[in-house]
Design a protein around this ligand. Structure first.
Ligand SMILES: *Cc1c(COP(=O)(O)O)cnc(C)c1O
Length: 457
């Protein structure tokens, strides 16, 4: 590479508007330029090695540098780089991937609608659930219920389904007929309550909302099994089965947004299997290709597929890249690798429990109020007072302080308010978990030293 880091940064801030970024403040600081990667590590343009505890953006499930995915892309690009699936045509990788997805997803799923991303997948969900009720002669069933602090993407429909108030504040969102209930976050809404009792209470907010709107107007409920971007909010075990019971009772479609939880992240192929519920639709993206190329989609349960196929006529919806052959070829290689290397079992039986222990050990740190994991997702809640879970003053930005130390010490960890979160590649080993938790502890110590020095405690 002949250009210097400074030259990359100058060109970056001159021309590249980054997603979810304050453009002016980034231009002042300059981006970190990532130039290569292998396994769970990244390198920046100054040669620093970084442990990527976030799998890129929750997506590089098989880790970086998997030659099988590279070869699959090269072979498909050579043979047939693109053809569409619109006008009575199909490509072989898309057909084969549809077949394989029916195998690895729960039994009620035998059909897939492809998109280019998770956001687009959720746009498809909105169109499809409304269309389903329309075909069944209940066009008044329009409302989709979601949750505050959910993340379902950044298109108009995706961001509307999401419950991020900052996103709703820009661009006239949410779109009509989307409403939000509170999230099942015990720290925010359940302190003093037994966790499982709280899980039932949080699920019943759905029932209250359905009754307030009128069940005959509600089309679907959507949720992430574990909220990812919202801060790795792991619901009590009682939550999802109760959500399922309520959806069944009022005949409301249940949608699981598996964009993060899918493809092994929680220790099963899909998060709904970990939490014991049976969705009618599942959105996927990210881990389906381990992020090597963009691909997303929606698994369509038999109940819906039957109606759309037998009674629906033309579904007036689709994307140029629905079933892109190169993306599908990479997804096939990715799923083959997950199966052959038994990565789901590796998470479930080995590194998932090992990470849980390692996080349990971190909970002795003076800053850590709660340490929790689900499969290979984890969160540390940073607090002023461990016993009372007293939060730091919001102005301190304790998570961002800690994240700054992670950045400077070769670790990528994300801060969501006071929650420090991780979701490392599924290929991580026990020794690498030890390496990661040693780095986390060092960064917590540096954050604690700041807090003492600055008088934040
Ligand atoms: C990332 C994400 C999305 C959006 O996916 P994009 O590919 O960024 O459009 C949707 N839902 C969840 C749960 C996500 O984490």
């Amino acid at each position: 590479m002949t250009r210097t880091t400074a030259s990359w940064q100058a060109a970056d801030s001159a021309h590249f508007l980054h997603p979810f970024t304050d453009f002016q403040s980034l231009a002042k600081k300059g981006s970190r330029i990532i130039t290569k990667a292998d396994n769970i590590y990244l390198w920046d343009s100054d040669g620093h090695k970084i442990l990527d505890a976030m799998s890129g953006l929750w997506c590089v499930n098989v880790g970086y540098g998997q030659q099988a995915l590279v070869d699959a892309a090269a072979k498909q690009m050579t043979e047939l780089p693109f053809y569409n699936a619109f006008f009575q045509t199909a490509t072989t990788p898309a057909i084969e991937l549809a077949e394989v997805l029916a195998e690895v997803t729960p039994p009620q799923f035998n059909h897939v609608f492809f998109s280019g991303s998770g956001s687009e997948g959720n746009d498809t969900v909105v169109r499809m659930v409304r269309r389903y009720w329309d075909v069944l002669g209940q066009p008044q069933r329009q409302v989709i219920i979601s949750r505050h602090n959910a993340y379902h993407g950044s298109t108009m429909a995706g961001a509307s389904l999401g419950g991020m108030s900052g996103m709703h504040a820009q661009g006239g969102l949410p779109i009509p007929n989307i409403t939000h209930i509170d999230q099942p976050y015990w720290v925010e809404h359940g302190q003093g309550m037994d966790k499982e009792a709280f899980g039932l209470k949080a699920a019943r907010w759905l029932e209250e909302r359905i009754l307030a709107i009128g069940a005959d107007k509600v089309a679907a409920f959507i949720g992430e099994p574990v909220q990812g971007a919202g801060g790795v909010i792991i619901p009590p075990a009682s939550y999802w089965p109760e959500i399922q019971r309520i959806c069944d009772r009022y005949d409301i479609l249940l949608v699981s947004d598996e964009v993060i939880c899918g493809f092994g992240r929680t220790g099963h192929w899909f998060g709904c299997e970990t939490f014991g519920f049976k969705p009618d639709l599942m959105t996927f993206a990210k881990g389906v290709t381990s992020g090597y190329v963009p691909l997303g989609g929606v698994m369509v349960g038999d109940r819906i597929a039957k109606v759309l196929i037998e009674q629906g006529g033309e579904f007036e919806h689709g994307y140029t890249y629905s079933g892109h052959p190169v993306a599908c070829a990479v997804a096939l290689a990715n799923i083959k690798l997950i199966r052959e290397q038994h990565l789901v079992e590796h998470v479930h039986d080995d590194v998932g429990p090992y990470l849980a222990q390692a996080f349990e050990a971190l909970s002795d740190h003076p800053l850590v109020g709660i340490a929790e994991t689900c499969g290979l997702m984890g969160a540390l809640l940073l607090v002023k007072d461990k016993a009372k879970l007293t939060p730091f003053d919001a102005e301190v930005g304790i998570g961002m302080v800690c994240r700054g130390h992670c950045f400077a010490n070769g670790l990528i960890m994300r801060a969501v308010g006071p929650r420090m979160i991780i979701a490392p590649p599924l290929v991580i080993t026990r020794a690498q978990i030890d390496e990661m938790t040693a780095l986390i502890r060092r960064c917590l110590d540096l954050t604690l030293a700041d807090a003492r020095r600055e008088g934040w405690l």
